[in-house]
Design a protein around this ligand. Sequence first.
Ligand code: TYD
Length: 226
Amino acid sequence: MAEHTGLFVTFEGGEGAGKSTQIRRLADQLRRRGHDVLMTREPGGSPGAEAVRHVLLSGAAEEFGVRMEAILFAAARNDHVEEVIRPALESGAIVLCDRFIDSSRVYQGVTGNLEPDFIEALQRIAIDGVVPDCTLILDLPAEVGLKRARKRSAENAPDRFEREEIETHEKRREAYLEIAEAEPERCRVVNAERPEEEIAEEILAIVEPMVRELRSARAASTESVG
Ligand code: TYD
């Protein structure tokens, strides 16, 4: 686990995977158990990053190319990390974040065709050591996710990334699964094509032991100080 006193959990997946619903459910469960929980999201999560969010999701930066977009995502991430995530972790909170570095790897790296070295260099600068302790990848077929996302956005027009072709979404799904395979210690794949309740139970079962470990580590350090 990283060198902070809190716990950093990120949620990843394609459109319509149910990330925000599951984050809310997990936050409720953890708060009920007395934990200090911060829910946040990317792009955004801090005033500076929210300003960049609008530029990215409206498609205003699209004409300047994928490299420009990747740098903007990284700039937003750095602000979010330094202003919100790192301080929360240092204060001992559990931080639940909707999308993080893996979104850049998948969306800008794999389907944006940017060189992995470029993406990795950006991430290093953006997060400066604040690596997720656990990443939950909500997995489902692109078609199912897109249908859900489109239903949801019946009132809101689809954003710059939702507008892309089904093959692109399928490629992203594969890319997430490859990340999970490459980093099994950090990543857990959760089948998101199931009832909401079942998914929530699985997620809680994954996160709870980490929270327990955190508590006992804290208790041990308090004892050694006292
Ligand atoms: P958002 O409205 O937050 O939707 P979602 O529910 O899909 O998370 O939109 C975020 C969009 O930005 C989403 O399509 C993925 C994209 N994105 C990237 O391309 N790179 C990134 O690094 C991040 C954080 C998001």
